[in-house]
Design a protein around this ligand. Structure first.
Ligand SMILES: [Zn+2]
Length: 190
């Protein structure tokens, strides 16, 4: 099943998946890596000037990403929603981002970043999350239930019951583990 998120929410999914928990690789391991990723044209509109970031922005970008992952774990029922929201609150408070509310002809409010460079890109991520919270797509963005994976995926299932990024890999692995756990007491007693 397709795991990509609709519209701009796919950018947020890609943002969360810049860290590969399974292999321990992180595209944001260096400031240059973060700059490269954020220079994607849909995040910072205008002439492609590579944004420059300092250590603090790198730290905040990672904090924001991990707060979003926590929210996606909460969407999968794996961590308390309140804890995840507190983490996102802390990350966005740390950023001090300026966002402007725009009132559309359709009667809907949208937020637009009032920032430049790296800060604009990070604010853009937050505005996409804000929009997704309002249009109801956010709750389908989940982080894989396999602790060693936590890959962000969009749950397309009718009843929103998806737990794993892939049933073939993470889903089956989890089933084998819980099967073994159930069998363990039996083998222990002979
Ligand atoms: Zn997975």
């Amino acid at each position: 099943m397709d795991k990509t998120a609709p519209g701009r929410l796919e950018t947020v999914r890609a943002f969360i998946n810049t860290a590969d928990i399974e292999t321990g690789t992180d595209k944001f391991a260096t400031a240059a890596g973060l700059e490269r990723w954020l220079a994607r044209p849909h995040l910072i509109p205008g002439p492609p000037a590579p944004p420059e970031c300092d250590g603090k922005e790198l730290e905040t970008a990672i904090a924001l990403r991990e707060a979003l992952r926590a929210l996606c774990l909460a969407n999968n029922g794996l961590v308390p929603d309140l804890d995840a929201r507190t983490a996102l609150d802390a990350a966005s408070a740390n950023l001090h981002l300026h966002l402007t509310a725009r009132f559309g002809a359709d009667g809907l409010i949208s937020l637009e970043p009032d920032e430049t460079g790296i800060r604009q890109a990070l604010a853009e991520i937050l505005t996409i999350v804000f929009a997704a919270l309002h249009d109801g797509t956010w709750s389908r963005l989940k982080a894989c239930a396999a602790e060693t994976c936590q890959f962000a995926f969009y749950d397309q299932s009718k009843n929103r019951s998806g737990h794993w990024c892939t049933m073939a890999e993470c889903g089956n692995r989890a089933k084998v583990r819980s099967y073994r756990a159930r069998q363990a007491p039996v083998t222990a007693t002979g």
